[in-house]
Design a protein around this ligand. Sequence first.
Ligand code: ASP
Length: 341
Amino acid sequence: MTNILIIYTGGTIGMITNPGTGALMPFNFEQITENVPELRRLDYKLTVHSFDPLIDSSNMDPEVWIGIARLIEKEYGHFDGFVILHGSDTMAFTASALSFMLEGLQKPVVLTGSQLPINQIRTDAKENLITALEIAAAKQEGKAIVPEVCIYFDYQLFRGNRTIKYNSTNFDAFRSPNYPKLAEAGVYLKYNDKVILQHGLTKLTVHTNLSRSVGVLKLYPGINNNIVEAVLSTDCSAVIMETFGAGNTSTQAWFIRLLKNAIDSGKIILDISQCKVGSVELGRYETSKQLKEIGVTSGFDLTFEAAVTKLMFLLGSGKSEKEVMELLETDLRGEITKLII
Ligand code: ASP
């Protein structure tokens, strides 16, 4: 019999209304099973591990990612697949982080949740949960069909580290702007085999050292010297710079000088675009040529979520600054499509 471990971290899926405040808060797993009697009709053995405390995912923290990764490591041999119930707000961060932490994964780790609690009549939670379980259990010739960390939401399966939360109101809350869907659910569950991650690794290696030494500089026309200087002088090892278009920035001398000083002092500057679709192409425009020359690292088409968690993972790995910079520009878990220009 197929064995699935459900890891319940919280999120709207299991929330009820707090009678005192009227606000939604996470509740225990029993209320999920009570509302989905269909679970008993599945052909799988389901085991539940609830985190304590259950959280709204806006309170997510790398410590919880470490807890999830260690749990999967401990239970890896006992289960065919894993379903993580999680709030949608930071689900893309957790999925991205786990993709880097679980190297050589050969079993599905499917994150899902919902926009409406499971006890509400129009809820999207039941379909999300039931199909996520089906994906976690799916095998062909004894092998998992989707051996990667992914997000299932509103009839679509996405690679976790390519996904962003795009819509806070509609049921189709997620998008994967730079990578095709791994599967779509309709009358049939149609897997897009060609885009599902393939790797030659046969052993799971779990990485649990995550660094928090990551800063963010979001550019806008008119940003001033003091603000750029304040962010770049923060005590952190890397700064994600959210740039314009294909990775472009102002070419003003003061701006380039501040970036160069930060790089010369040992900070990594990772360039990702504020555009959701497309890639950073350092050197395509005059406005990014100098960035390449002073040693800015290209994030290509990384999502912000994948950029933050890839840095946390690489900076925590104990590798040298040069190796981290090289690995940032290397596709490790299907998170980037490298543009060669
Ligand atoms: N605030 C909730 C959370 O992320 C939203 C959700 O679950 O969809 O936990």
